[in-house]
Design a protein around this ligand. Sequence first.
Ligand code: CU
Length: 356
Amino acid sequence: MKVKQQIIPALLGALLFPPLGFAGHNHTGPQANTHAPIGVMGDHTHKTNEWMLSYRFMTMEMEGNRSGSSSLSANEIATTVPNHFAGQPMQPTTLRVVPTKMTMDMHMFGGMYAPTDKLTVMVMVNYLKKEMDHVTFQGMMGVNRLGNFTTKSEGFGDTKVSGLYSLYNDGNHKVHVNLGLSLPTGSISKKDRVLTPMGMRPELRLPYGMQMGSGTYDVLPGITYQHYQGKWNHGAQYMATIRTGENSKDYTLGDEHKLNAWISYAWRHDLSTSVRLAYLDVDNIGGADPKMMAPVQTTDPDNYSKERLDLYAGVNWATQAGHRFALEVGAPVYQHLDGPQLETDWTLTAGYQYAF
Ligand SMILES: [Cu+2]
């Protein structure tokens, strides 16, 4: 924890006061540094008639639970955290099923095209795979463990269509606005088999966090800034996901606000490394899917709000012919969960982009 407390001010310092004195060079050939770290979406615009295809693989692992910023054991959850549905028939007073671990894999396919220097259009399609491990406690109370089970879901997520409009570009400073729409192509009715505290194994609709999409049309506004100075590049981006209306299952996922700040250094024309800080704020779910009713934290629409600060390290490699390979790994330095919720442990993003 001490180390983390020292890293953050050092990084913020580096972001706010990038080293000065690097004269700008106009290199020809590949420029690894002209891109933000691979975990940042919609970071750049293209020149007239330029195309880009991209593929990203992202994996995230979450293990152990927290409420607020402090850890909660499975036994504590099963004996002390009230069940959202207590008082209804067959419902225990505390939670009796506890998620212990979740992994999420995401395959992201993207296309970009610039009809003009000012405007770049972008389409992103995602394929998601989620897995959640649970422990079921026996009966209405106590800490006898009945067994473990894993639920899985996979499929296409929501499809994002965006426009990136360049507001300012003098070669060294660039600013563009992002405006996108997320289309509800992801399923919100995925099911799997669970183990109940009574020892039954029904197939139920999976909770909110295990579904593939939001079920609503979401507006994605944002703004991106980048500054190039010799071998240094630093940038910042604000992006939001604003939900509109209610989905067919009577709920609305929480809005999301994301703030990114990064700095990268080019060791060679074709190779750069980066550090990034990402702040994420997610709201709770509004409304509720009447089919998601079980003594488990993930069926409570009020257990989805969170704030998280992630620290990432990344590497970009660009080849002569418009190919770029990049990798970024990160972990939270701070997370505050309206919980109990599973805590995020680490994230990895690997990507390939081809511009032509
Ligand atoms: Cu691109």
